[in-house]
Design a protein around this ligand. Structure first.
Ligand SMILES: Cc1cc2nc3c(=O)[nH]c(=O)nc-3n(C[C@H](O)[C@H](O)[C@H](O)COP(=O)(O)OP(=O)(O)OC[C@H]3O[C@@H](n4cnc5c(N)ncnc54)[C@H](O)[C@@H]3O)c2cc1C
Length: 330
């Protein structure tokens, strides 16, 4: 049977990060009823049953665990060696890893050890299944972000890819029978010693959590305060295209797109954004996209569910006042 494995990294020790669950869910969605085994791999010291239930709901068939105190904190050498051992034993056809700080450290080392191909920082996945071959098709922006390239590395296995967090949704609709397979830890002498742990400063904004995002582009550069005001009256987050970040109008923490944050809100409301491929890469999976642009040929209308051809600078104050009126009347 063909096998697709996903490395499940931890957000905190023994707490799963969303990206691994996202990759399991998307794999199950694409593979669906095909006869392919979907495997999660987890390292740590004690994964609770609640956390294992999350894996089960994504539709994974198997969870391979290595539980050892030495895997409590991420360590490049220990994680690489132990994942290498599992890959050699299991002969996965495909191995997916989140394109997080951890994944960007782990995946290239592992692919070099396994002498196999790695597509880094993909934003879309697909699989081609024939009688004797399963091929991973990983798509990522290329040539300075001007095209999307679909890359295959079919000659060696596992075919590896790292995939950006927050591109896919975590599903909890499946409830397959989950086999637990506990593997032995291969001891590795740590080359690093953790002297002290200092919690990172919380990010000033987390756009990935917002259900509604009000986003502005160059078309409203001189009215960006109104974008912030609209987000304020709606009690939500504002964001922007890179044109406004490069222009010093909006902070980098608010950037959506290939070089910024990937978001999937329920509603993405965009004002004066053209819809460049690099911007779309960060927001085209939103549940609903509403775009306001005065150019009817703007690219953003290709992905918008609702398109309004209008002067965004006129729409903004009307919308703000109307929402204030509604709030006051309640
Ligand atoms: C390697 C690379 C990575 C990149 N990464 C990102 C990224 O992560 N995120 C990102 O956003 N960009 C990114 N970019 C830049 C991207 O290519 C675009 O240049 C940028 O997204 C354009 O921003 P914009 O849509 O605000 O501006 P523009 O493309 O200039 O569009 C402005 C839009 O506003 C409309 N408009 C003007 N006046 C009004 C008005 N009064 N009312 C309504 N509409 C109006 C115009 O019709 C136009 O469509 C990247 C580029 C490269 C090369």
């Amino acid at each position: 049977m063909k096998k697709i494995a996903v490395f499940l990294e931890n957000k905190k020790p023994n707490i799963l990060a969303s990206v691994g669950l996202e990759l399991l869910s998307e794999t199950k969605r694409i593979i669906h009823d095909e006869v392919v085994e979907i495997v999660g791999i987890w390292f740590g010291s004690n994964l609770t049953l609640d956390q294992q239930a999350l894996v089960q709901k994504t539709g994974a068939h198997k969870l391979i665990l290595i539980e050892n105190e030495e895997l409590y904190d991420y360590d490049t050498q220990r994680y690489t060696t132990n994942l290498e051992a599992i890959c050699k034993k299991e002969n996965f056809d495909v191995l997916l890893i989140g394109s997080s700080i951890l994944g960007r450290d782990l995946a290239p080392r592992l692919s070099a050890r396994l002498k196999t191909g790695l597509t880094a920082d993909a934003t879309k996945l697909d699989f081609e299944l024939t009688d004797d071959k399963l091929t991973l098709l990983a798509t990522r922006p290329a040539l300075g972000g001007n095209i999307f390239a679909t890359i295959i590395c079919p000659r060696t296995t596992p075919q590896m890819a790292t995939i950006r967090p927050n591109v896919f949704k975590v599903s909890s609709e499946y409830n397959s029978h989950l086999i637990r397979q506990v593997e032995q830890y291969t001891p590795v002498k740590a080359m690093l010693e953790i002297v002290k742990k200092t919690p990172a400063k919380a990010a000033s904004v987390d756009l990935t959590k917002a259900k509604l995002i009000i986003s502005g582009g160059r078309g409203v550069a001189d009215k960006f305060e109104s974008i912030k005001e609209l987000a304020g009256v709606l009690n939500t987050e504002y964001a922007s295209s890179r044109a406004l970040v490069d222009g010093g109008v909006s902070p980098r923490s608010r950037l959506v797109g290939q070089t910024g944050t990937t978001v999937q809100p329920k509603v993405y409301l965009s004002f004066g954004i053209s819809g460049a491929i690099q911007h779309l890469a960060g927001m085209d999976k939103s549940d609903m996209i509403i775009a306001i642009n005065n150019d009817p040929t703007a690219n953003i209308f290709e992905v918008a569910d609702v398109g309004i051809v209008s002067d965004a600078k006129e729409v903004l104050p009307l919308l703000i006042n109307r929402i204030k009126e509604i709030k006051e009347s309640k």
